[in-house]
Design a protein around this ligand. Structure first.
Ligand SMILES: [Zn+2]
Length: 576
């Protein structure tokens, strides 16, 4: 705790205030952009979610941000835009430092979203009001108050979830829920008996897609899937979490019992739950698993067999449903899936259990910092991977939300994912995806430098397929958009990411970070009733992308261009 105070105070003393810096500078570019440092000494009480607006970004008007409006040439126009974004990041960093903000959504052309401690809001508001009247375009700022007081809402989420997801079966949890109900002026005895509210009293074990569940319930569900689908499913422990030593599981789905298939199949790795507060991501990967299992079972054990008990194939090699005249595609015929839905169980469970930690992002490694500094614990696992570790966009400061860790792959969670990726056969034809939320993007490498990968055309094509299919699968009345581009250009530069590791170190040619869309009352707060919507959108995107990759490699095979093997990137190491 002491060290945190020293560091927070000293950084405040060394730097002049945000207001002075803004006043003294006509060009915020003088300030070197740093990932924001959050000391987390504030409480969630009266915390506000605020969108900070920058002036209109004319330099970014040509940047290919909208789905369906993406041409390779347009990437060259984004240099000015990139400079502008850096200026804005620098400006935001000043505010973060002075007002102890949590950055919920980094600078996105003309805005950013932050969490403001209740006791800092008055002063921040004064500054923003003043800058709104400023004539200087570079330092003009404004704001929208998205959530005036977050705390009651987080409490409400907890009550709802505790009651729905079976947690109350544990005595400790039950007491906690009862206390919370009492605190909210509700008599706990007004609620029906334990077990009748949660819907799992039939021994289903506490997992569904109507709510968010602790990692244990996901693990139990994966074990059940394997029990019920021994012909296609296998479960391995690939590592453990750093603090609690919880197992990290990989669910393998494929026709791996057929020897030929193992050799011919292409392998797909997906991880979810890397960032603790992005609750929708493990749910989406689990939703994909359920969909793959269901599709396979329907095709092989159900109604899609014809009268003679044979499968009907269409010309494209897909199964044809005679009865419903429906083209049904079973990804397991072509791909083996390696699914790690929960790669940061410590951080995720903490975020799920404690409203004060709802926006926790890192793991919970207490030893990642000297002296176990209070609250500044943990490592950003998606800055910890062992490829170009410690380059752009990752912080050496342990209080930072983007703390990269003591060394490359220092965290056991990172090691688990790296091992799972490296153990995949046939990596030169594999696909690797890290699922995040909530920017609504499909991101190809690189994160650590401002360059496009050699096979960027192929990656863009796949990303666009995901984006279109996902948008088309959006539920009635809503349309989830996905922007497609390179990580460092489209989101922000960041090193030590899973996707750069998979592309650069594991030499997997088709590598993406998928940012699921924002929905509900605010960033990361996708309501439980959106799990199935976003899951459906995600599955549609994945299937379209994978189908396209197969079609592309089929065409290449016919054209005799030697297939789609990954060309080693000869320029590696000359970047940042
Ligand atoms: Zn994330």
């Amino acid at each position: 705790m002491l060290l945190a105070l020293i560091i927070c105070i000293s950084s405040a003393v060394i730097s002049t205030t945000a207001q002075e810096k803004i006043d003294n500078s006509t060009n915020a570019n003088n300030v070197i952009p740093q990932p924001p440092i959050n000391c987390h000494s504030h409480s969630m009480k009266n915390a506000k979610v605020v969108k900070i607006w920058f002036s209109k970004a004319t330099a970014c008007e040509n940047i290919p941000v909208e789905n369906g409006n993406l041409g390779n040439d347009e990437f060259n126009k984004s240099e000015d835009c990139w400079n502008l974004l850096q200026q804005r990041q620098a400006l935001l960093s000043l505010l973060v430092q002075d007002f102890q903000l949590d950055v919920l959504k980094a600078v996105d052309v003309d805005s950013a979203v932050v969490l403001v401690p209740g006791d800092k809001w008055g002063n921040l508001k004064d500054l923003l009001d003043k800058q709104r009247d400023s004539k200087n375009n570079e330092t003009w700022l404004s704001y929208t108050l998205i959530t005036p007081d977050l705390y009651p809402m987080l409490q409400g989420i907890r009550q709802h979830q505790s009651l729905l997801s079976g947690h109350e079966k544990r005595p400790k949890r039950q007491a906690h829920v009862r206390n919370m109900l009492r605190a909210g002026g509700i008599d706990p005895d007004d609620f029906p008996e334990e077990g009748t509210l949660n819907g799992f009293e039939d021994g289903e074990g506490g997992f569904n897609f109507d709510d968010y569940h602790e990692s244990k319930f996901m693990n139990d569900q994966m074990k059940r899937w394997v029990q019920e689908n021994k012909d296609i499913a296998r479960l391995d422990v690939v590592g453990e979490s750093q603090d609690v030593k919880d197992p990290i599981y990989r669910l393998r789905l494929g026709l791996h019992k057929r020897r030929n298939n193992l050799r011919n199949t292409r392998h797909v790795f997906l991880e979810g739950g890397n960032h603790a507060r992005e609750w929708i991501t493990p749910a989406a990967v689990m939703f994909l698993a359920q969909n793959l299992i269901d599709t396979h079972r329907r095709l092989h054990h159900g109604k899609w067999l014809n009268r003679n008990g044979n499968k009907n194939f269409t010309e494209s090699g897909h199964l044809q449903d005679e009865e419903h005249d429906e083209d049904v595609w079973n990804p397991l015929e072509h791909f083996t899936f390696h699914l790690a839905p929960m790669t940061n169980p410590d951080g995720y469970d903490a975020s799920l259990r404690d409203p004060e930690l709802r926006f926790w992002r890192k793991n919970r490694n207490p030893n990642a910092v000297p002296e176990n500094v209070d609250k500044c614990i943990g490592v950003d696992l998606n800055r910890n991977f062992g490829f170009r570790w410690g380059a752009l966009g990752a912080s050496p400061e342990f209080c930072s939300e983007a703390y990269r860790g003591a060394s490359a792959a220092s965290e056991s969670e990172t090691k688990a994912v790296q091992n799972a990726i490296m153990s995949m056969p046939n990596r030169g034809r594999a696909i690797a995806i890290s699922v995040h939320c909530c920017a609504g993007m499909v991101l190809m490498p690189y994160g650590y430098r401002m360059r496009l990968p050699d096979n960027h055309k192929e990656l863009l094509r796949s990303g666009m397929r995901f984006a279109r299919a996902a948008a088309d699968a959006s539920p009635d009345g809503r349309r989830f958009h996905f922007t497609v581009g390179a990580s460092s250009f489209t989101l922000y530069p960041a090193s030590g990411m899973m996707s750069d590791f998979a592309y650069g170190a594991a030499q997997i040619p088709m590598t993406f970070g998928i940012e699921l869309p924002e929905s509900g009352p605010g960033l990361f707060l996708n309501p439980p009733e959106d799990i199935q919507h976003i899951g459906t959108v995600f599955v549609a995107g994945m299937k379209s992308m994978l189908k396209g990759i197969l079609e592309d490699s089929g065409q290449k095979g016919r054209e005799g261009t030697g297939g789609d093997r990954h060309k080693p990137d000869s320029n590696l190491g000359t970047g940042y």
